[in-house]
Design a binder for this molecule. Structure first.
Ligand SMILES: NC(=O)c1ccc[n+]([C@@H]2O[C@H](COP(=O)([O-])OP(=O)(O)OC[C@H]3O[C@@H](n4cnc5c(N)ncnc54)[C@H](O)[C@@H]3O)[C@@H](O)[C@H]2O)c1
Ligand SMILES: [Zn+2]
Length: 366
């Protein structure tokens, strides 16, 4: 398997078995001029793959390793990494390679976007979620105690290089977290894709499902959908907002769980509740929410806010979200599976907190 997906974005997306052995050459290629390279990774991915990636470079790159997990995606870690690069004499002629899941990608991208006012970087996503969503589109950043992704910059990568073979070592629950974003892509843009994921979940979840043809097809189709949406609206002034489906409630639940819930799990809860909200608000066709919930459930994903997290806290976190305006929370909602509500070209609507609270409470009782 080897394909470079052609997109309207200004950078190549390479999907290739064994690509990990070629990162050095690909990075040098897209860099154009000679660069000093730093690989940023987390301890789990680093143990598995950093040596292989490092040996694909002409001269040995510096490897900066962080602890794994969302709790590391913060300003302190950003400062530690940048201090280390400065201490090691890295300058404007450097390039960063983000080797890991979405946490490493968002954080290393933010380091690249801010270091010496911005240096180029290459995304090497190693989770399914990062391959099909987080590594593409140029959003980078970190969390703060007040919420997710509140500090960041748009900084598109110079290339995205995906080696599907690394999915062999990814835990099933992280594979399933990736399915949440794939299901999202189906709901927001492509009913046929949604149905095809539903039809192949059995294969996708099987122990060897990571290497199935269904998996490669899912990766490629999701990337096509995401790049098509981003290319039209890179800075999110309109239609790119549909990618936030499930994320208004999702981000709030993720933060309220102190990041014990995975991002993909939180987005699954968010999609399940936001599609109920869309029906209640008269925006979504009947049965939209039920159909989405059924597929998420079969993907081993959670559907409601766990005991121990109060709906009040979730609502309060939502009101502090980047997307909220004057106390009202903004949602991108489906009209039906495969098509989002366009809201007169805004692609998001403000919903009264009272209705949101009602939906959260009703779903919690179940
Ligand atoms: N920038 C964007 O557009 C965008 C989009 C979606 C999500 N995100 C962000 O992505 C993050 C979630 O990313 P994630 O789900 O990849 O989480 P993650 O980066 O925490 O990775 C999940 C876990 O898998 C491990 N891991 C990674 N690759 C592995 C491999 N090949 N084998 C074995 N273990 C491996 C990691 O060490 C980690 O423990 C969130 O912070 C979310 O906000 C960003
Ligand atoms: Zn997401």
């Amino acid at each position: 398997l080897s394909s470079t997906i052609s997109t309207q974005l200004g950078y190549p997306i390479v999907v290739e078995s064994g690509a990990l052995n070629r990162i050095g050459r690909i990075a040098a290629d897209v860099a154009g001029t000679p660069r000093r390279f730093a690989i940023i990774t987390d301890a789990t991915v680093g143990d598995l793959y950093a040596r292989r990636v490092a040996s694909s470079f002409h001269s040995a790159p510096t490897i900066v390793t962080i602890e794994p997990g969302e709790s590391q995606k913060n300003r302190t870690t950003w400062a530690t990494i940048t201090d280390r690069l400065i201490g090691d004499g890295f300058g404007r002629d450097s390039m960063i390679v983000a080797l890991g899941g979405g946490v490493v990608g968002d954080l290393a991208g933010f380091v690249a976007g801010t270091f010496m006012r911005g240096i180029p970087f290459v995304q090497v996503p190693t989770t399914l979620l990062a391959m099909i969503d987080a590594s593409i589109g140029g959003k980078t950043g970190v969390d703060t105690p007040a919420g997710k992704n509140l500090v960041g910059v748009f900084h598109p990568p110079s290339a995205v290089v995906i080696d599907p073979q690394v999915l062999a070592t990814l835990m099933l629950k992280h594979r399933c977290a990736g399915f949440a974003e794939a299901i999202k892509h189906g709901v927001i843009a492509d009913r046929e894709y949604f149905d095809s994921i539903a039809g192949s979940l059995g294969k996708l979840i099987a122990p060897d499902g990571w290497s199935s043809e269904a998996m490669v097809s899912l990766i490629v189709r999701s990337i096509r959908i995401k790049t098509e949406i981003v290319a039209q609206d890179e800075r999110e002034s309109g239609r790119r907002r549909i990618l936030n489906f499930g994320h208004t409630i999702g981000h709030a639940v993720e933060a309220a769980s102190d990041y014990h819930l995975l991002h993909g799990e939180s987005v699954a809860i968010g999609m399940s509740l936001e599609s109920r909200l869309a029906e209640r608000a008269g925006i979504a066709a009947r049965d939209t929410a039920e159909t989405i919930a059924e597929v998420l459930d079969r993907a081993n994903l959670p559907l409601s806010i766990p005991q121990g997290i109060s709906t009040g806290e979730v609502l309060e976190k939502m009101q502090r979200d980047k997307k909220s305006r004057a106390g009202k929370v903004e949602f991108s909602l489906p009209a039906e599976i495969g098509r989002m509500h366009d809201a007169g070209g805004m692609w998001s609507v403000a919903i009264e907190p009272k209705l949101v609270q009602e939906v959260l409470n009703d779903e919690k009782k179940k």
